[in-house]
Write a protein that binds this ligand. Structure first.
Ligand SMILES: CC(C)(COP(=O)(O)OP(=O)(O)OC[C@H]1O[C@@H](n2cnc3c(N)ncnc32)[C@H](O)[C@@H]1OP(=O)(O)O)[C@@H](O)C(=O)NCCC(=O)NCCS
Length: 140
């Protein structure tokens, strides 16, 4: 992900509950422990997916995964996640965590398909609308 990708990412995320602001995306690009990847369709000059996370010694956290609405249900989310988990594994990561809204069945199914399992819930963790978070983990 590059600074100039941010306007396209804001557009991509416009329909999601988990959209980040321009400032948040810019801050993330500055994080020394962070990783940020996009799926770029160069022919269409489009960004089709984005994934951001952090690595802290041998643990990683996935902070964001979004696929553009028109590109969903074609395996892109799964393949981007798989790429990032292999990237993390090559960096020595042993465990990966993430949180999602309890009602986000599409994301939960995707993470379970790649081997994540539920380890905890966080009551009323999200705002607008208020909702519990499900915490998931994967051993790499
Ligand atoms: C969740 C999201 C990233 C999935 O991306 P995607 O590219 O459409 O997912 P894939 O096509 O790779 O699907 C992989 C698996 O996820 C599950 N899945 C994906 N979309 C689903 C849906 N709408 N309903 C139920 N399960 C779904 C399925 O298990 C699917 O496997 P299958 O094709 O063998 O059935 C996408 O819907 C998205 O960007 N949503 C909005 C943002 C969001 O909620 N991000 C996650 C925050 S934690």
């Amino acid at each position: 992900m590059r600074l100039e990708d941010i306007p396209a990412i804001l557009e991509l995320e416009a329909d999601t509950f988990s959209a980040w602001s321009r400032e948040h995306l810019e801050d993330e690009l500055q994080q020394q422990t962070g990783f940020q990847f996009v799926v770029r369709n160069e022919a269409a000059e489009m960004i089709q997916a984005v994934l951001c996370g952090r690595i802290m010694t041998d643990e990683a956290e996935i902070l964001k995964l979004s696929v553009a609405e028109k590109a969903r249900k074609k395996g892109m989310g799964y393949h981007l996640l798989d790429f990032v988990l292999n990237y993390c594994s090559a960096k020595g990561v042993k465990k990966c965590f993430l949180e999602l809204r309890a009602s986000n069945t599409a994301a939960r199914n995707l993470y379970e398909k790649r081997g994540f399992f539920r380890v905890a819930s966080r009551k009323d963790y999200y705002e607008e609308p208020v909702e519990d978070a499900t915490v998931m983990q994967l051993e790499l």
